[in-house]
Design a protein around this ligand. Structure first.
Ligand code: MG
Length: 373
């Protein structure tokens, strides 16, 4: 690994783990965090959770697992160029979606609605609950006992109410401070990854067409360049080459603009980073283009009637499950039983959020279909 910049997170300026542990042998503390995340149950389940598409719709689409790997790949390469802590960025990227419900945003919205009277449901905060308490694998503690900076990076946003309850970790939201550059980077790598793979999956599924996408500046520019250079190219290869170039140009812009921002604001330490504005950002032109792409995807993909149908179905499944379990907690598997009455809703939310798409559908059938056991 190249030498870390003075403003990067390192072992010397880390706030460490909640529960002190002997240092790991042969790897850094942040490598250990990454390894714990990879070995967690929640990480494995990402394979059967989707962002936009319901998992059984096709084996070729991104799942949250492949999405998280793409985020990690993008974040790592930028981290290396900017002399940031690659291991920390990777750990954050791999963990950033651990708290997601089944069925992507549809599931999250439905669960949030159900949980409104009980403090709501935020997938970001849920990712933190997963690594802080819900994973039960280590003899000495609940959760994964990750380093402060990894947990801080996982908690991208948080309501002020929740921030007040989080102690040390919530303080930056109250003080309006920034997280580490590694966390800023993982956050924006997430955006690069999902915008581009949604274009790719959208085209592959036939929900989007190249003609439609040609109205989006960034896509049009790259597909034209590919066609100019390779006049005979078509089909999947044309799409892949175009998406590849979009990702690459975004990564280059982010790296160059990030470097410029660092030079301009001259952070000397991690504390400086926390006080300064967000430094890992796109240039203004690229930011505008990204906005245009996002807007396009919202209109044409996320609100496509076929996606809306899946969304409605997903919301029904989550809501039915929630209501059934809260009304009769004895329907819950044994490990979720025995919660005090006041905490039943949160336990049910934890159970549902941990489900994969297909598990949620199966559980719904088990509870509601009379000919199913
Ligand atoms: Mg994500």
């Amino acid at each position: 690994m190249p030498e870390l910049a003075s403003y990067a997170v390192g072992q010397h300026n880390s706030r460490g783990r909640c529960l002190k542990e002997p240092p790991p042998a042969g790897r850094s503390e942040f490598q250990r965090d990454r390894d714990r995340i990879i070995h967690s149950t929640a990480f494995r389940r990402l394979e059967y959770k989707t962002q936009v598409f319901v998992n059984h719709e096709g084996d070729l689409f991104r799942t949250r697992l492949t999405h998280s790997l793409e985020v990690a790949q993008i974040a790592r390469s930028v981290a290396r160029s900017l002399q940031l802590n690659e291991d920390l960025t990777e750990a954050i990227a791999l963990a950033h979606d651990l708290g997601h419900t089944p069925f992507g945003h549809a599931g999250q919205d439905a669960l949030h609605k159900c949980m409104k009277p009980y403090g709501g449901f935020e997938h970001n905060l849920q990712s933190l609950r997963v690594v802080d308490m819900l994973e039960q694998r280590y003899a000495a503690f609940d959760g994964l006992n990750l380093c402060f900076e990894t947990r801080e990076g996982i908690l991208k946003h948080c309501s002020l109410n929740n921030a007040r309850r989080l102690g040390e970790l919530g303080k930056r939201f109250i003080r309006r401070q920034r997280p580490s550059l590694e966390a800023q980077l993982a956050n924006i790598a997430d955006e690069i990854a999902y915008n581009n793979h949604d274009v790719d999956d959208g085209l592959r599924s036939g929900l989007l067409t190249i003609e439609q996408l040609s109205n989006v500046k960034m896509f049009a520019r790259h597909i034209q360049a590919v066609r100019r250079e390779y006049p005979k190219i078509d089909g999947r290869r044309l799409v892949h080459e175009t998406v590849r170039r979009m990702i690459s140009s975004l990564v280059v812009d982010l790296t160059e603009h990030g470097r410029k921002q660092i030079r301009r604001h001259r952070p000397a330490s991690l504390d400086d980073v926390r006080r300064l504005p967000t430094l890992i950002t796109f240039s203004t032109t690229v930011k505008d283009e990204q906005q245009e792409l996002k807007h396009f995807l919202r209109q044409h993909l996320y609100q496509h009637y076929q996606v809306v149908r899946m969304t409605a179905k997903a919301q029904r499944v989550v809501t039915d499950l929630f209501q059934a379990f809260v009304a009769a907690p004895r329907l819950l598997p044994p490990q979720y039983q025995g919660t005090p009455q006041t905490a039943v809703a949160r336990t049910v939310a934890d159970y549902i959020a941990g489900m994969t798409d297909r598990y949620a559908m199966r559980e719904h059938r088990r509870l509601f279909a009379v000919d199913e056991i």
